[in-house]
Each structure stands twice: as C-alpha cells, then as structure tokens.
Design a protein around this ligand. Structure first.
Ligand code: MG
Length: 264
C-alpha cells in the first residue's frame, strides 16, 4: 500500500513539474535593462562616447605607432607600445564641422583606450585627378591601433579585393561592394570584438569584426588572424585588453564626421 502511494505521489509530481514547464511563463525572463535613448539619422545614442561631433579634436592625439604601412614588424612594435603614451594634439584640420586628414602629418589615435566596441563613423573620399588603386583616397580605421578596416575609394577604382573599402586589410574581402562615388558621404557601423589572450600570451579568442557599409552587411563576424599587415602573414602578439582607435594618414585629404563609439 505504502509503495503504491509513493509511486502515485512520484507520478503526480512528475506530471505537475511537466505541466508547469509547459506553461508559457516557465520560459519568460525578466531583467531590468539599462535604458538607452537611440539617436536619429545616425546621431549618437545616449550611452555613446562622442569621438568627433564637428567641433574639436579633444578626443584625439598623435599616433604612437606609424600608419599601417609600418605594421610589418608587429612582434617588435607591440611590446614597445607605451600604455601611458601622451601624444601631441592631433594635427588634422577641422573644417565645416568635418575632420580632414592633413597629409603627411601622420595618423591620429584616441586618447581613450577601448576593447569590445560598436563604432559609427562617416567618411568621404575626395575626387583626385590621376590617382588610382590604393593611392586613390585611402585611409583606415584601426581598432586597438592594429586591426584595420580599410577606408578607400572603391567606386569604379579597382585594387586587390582584400584591400578595397570595408575589407579587413589583406585578411577578409567584403561580401559585396557597397561603395558610393567619390565626394559622397559613406558610413561604417562596425562591431569589433577584441582578441583575448591567456596569461601566457596565447590566443584564447581571436579578434572578430562585423561591418555594415552604408547599411549593407559586408563583414559578418569574421575572425582575424592577427594585426593587419602590409607585408607578410599576420600573427598575434599578446597586448593590452584596451587600446586606442586610430585613423590612418595615407597621404590623402580624406574627410570624417559623426564618430561615436559604444563600449560593449
Ligand atoms: Mg588604409
């Protein structure tokens, strides 16, 4: 008798638990989310850090490392990077609320350091007589100063595919070419996930990047092989978990505006 009732109770409880799991409430989660007021027309959401809003260059300074062209010996350069680097005021020009590269003055980098981020940046490749390929309106957004999303006039301006606009330079070809013509404003919305390293300096997870170019998905969570190198094959060298964002001076009077970033 006792045995039967125990079996009945067990069966009843099993049915009860099963029945409970089948109600819709069993799979509902309630969490108090942080509130963010979204922007309009690509303006910054309320929790973004403004890197350039058309006024000044307070968020920027001269770049500690040279532009992408000097990335070929990364193994020596990364250990020499000074986390407390204090550069000079950014030498680029603010004109009509736009940030203009001063060719030959070198790249600029943020004073603040970042790891995982969402970045919005708008850029314009000016028309230039007699220029072509990589030399026709080139710049770049370098996450952590090391990982370049290419900025280039890629509207009817052929070059190597893994070096055109929205490529992860020499690592990932964009899915499509969503370029607008020269002298038109273009947008990047980029998710950058920083690489993670163990205490021993091995890669725990590589850097990953997603890029929307003018609203079109062009890089879908691609995995980076290391810093984007001009010459040679990329490989990782362990570095800090947060480092500055840099913009490249490739000798062209590129224009930028409306730059904001959200830490993830
Ligand atoms: Mg570039």
């Amino acid at each position: 008798m006792k045995k039967i009732s125990l079996t009945l109770i067990t069966a009843f409880l099993t049915v009860a638990v099963f029945a409970q799991a089948r109600v819709p409430e069993a799979t509902e989660a309630y969490v108090e989310l942080e509130k963010v007021t979204p922007g309009t027309n690509n303006s910054a959401p309320s929790d973004a850090i403004i890197l350039f809003d058309g006024t000044g260059l307070e968020a920027w300074q001269t770049q500690q490392m040279g532009p992408g062209a000097s990335m070929s010996d990364i193994s020596k350069q990364i250990p020499e990077m000074d986390p407390d680097y204090k550069g000079d005021p950014a030498p680029w020009v603010v004109e009509n609320g736009e940030l203009v590269v001063k060719p030959g003055s070198g790249g600029i980098q943020t004073k603040e350091s970042f790891g995982d981020v969402q970045l919005h940046i708008e850029w314009l490749a000016p028309e230039q007589e007699g220029k072509e390929g990589q030399m026709y309106s080139n710049s770049g957004v370098f996450f952590m100063g090391l990982y370049e999303v290419q900025v280039l006039n890629s509207y009817e301006n052929p070059t190597y595919s893994n070096g055109q606009a929205a490529s992860i330079y020499k690592q990932h070809i964009p899915l499509v070419n969503a370029s607008r013509p020269v002298n038109e404003w273009q947008e990047y919305d980029i998710i950058f996930m920083a690489p993670k390293f163990s205490d021993k300096g091995t890669v725990v997870s590589p850097a990953r990047v997603t890029v929307f170019h003018n609203g079109v998905l062009v890089q879908n969570n691609v995995e980076l092989l290391g810093p984007t190198c001009y010459i040679g094959s990329p490989f990782y060298v362990a570095h800090d978990s947060k480092m500055p964002i840099a913009l490249q001076d490739h000798g062209d009077p590129m224009r930028f505006r409306n730059i904001w970033i959200r830490e993830l």
